[in-house]
Design a protein around this ligand. Structure first.
Ligand code: XMP
Ligand code: MG
Length: 183
């Protein structure tokens, strides 16, 4: 669906589908240069990263493999609890692999901090992060993410895979959720 279809639920469109695709193409070029001669494993974080993964991996001109992990720290709330739970673990062994974690958003950064530590203990050759969105003013821990799509304000956003209580994932753009929806 498009922002105009659910205009009452949104305050502002922050990033359009077209801007996302253009930015992912740029990041795809950058990643291709950086990983020249190396085999890359993309690890997506379910469910928010499904759209980013689908569009980003198709922007790459070389073979990559893909795996998924499901963690949860939010539930039907708009604030991170900091408590991360594995709901689905990876299928592949990360030992000696060059891993790029594909994330929808870095908000407090707590989820990624936990994931980075977890992946390091599995013996990957390298681990980097690609996040479509980042909220610099909301970060509670320093996350070294090499590839970031867009820096955005600290408002709760939905769309392009991001949900509020499992809804809005199929919105094409990224938009700020109107406070009346969750208050
Ligand atoms: P943290 O705070 O740990 O974020 O960096 C962890 C996960 O929470 C989700 N998240 C959001 N989901 N709108 C959403 O729909 C948001 O503004 C938002 N901020 C965080 C997201 O899945 C992220 O990976
Ligand atoms: Mg979520």
């Amino acid at each position: 669906m498009r922002a105009a279809d659910i205009a009452d639920d949104l305050t502002t469109v922050l990033v359009t589908e077209e801007q996302i695709h253009a930015r992912l193409a740029e990041l795809g070029q950058q990643v291709t240069e950086d990983y020249d001669g190396k085999e890359l494993v993309l690890v997506g974080v379910l469910k928010g990263a499904v759209m980013v993964m689908a569009d980003f991996m198709r922007a790459l001109p070389k073979h990559v493999t893909m795996d998924w992990m499901a963690v949860s720290s939010y539930g039907a709330s708009t604030k991170s609890s900091g408590v991360v739970q594995i709901r689905k673990d990876l299928d592949i062994d990360l030992a000696d692999k060059h891993v790029l974690i594909v994330e929808d958003i870095i908000d407090s950064g707590l989820t990624l901090a936990w994931l980075l530590e977890n992946f390091e203990s599995r013996g990957a050759a390298s681990i980097e992060v690609l996040a479509l969105l980042r909220k610099p003013d909301a970060m509670k821990v320093e996350i070294n993410s090499r590839y970031v799509g867009f820096d955005i304000p600290s408002d709760f956003v939905v769309g392009y895979g991001l949900d509020y209580d499992e809804r809005y994932r199929n919105l094409r753009d990224v938009a700020v959720l109107a406070p009346h929806v969750y208050s």
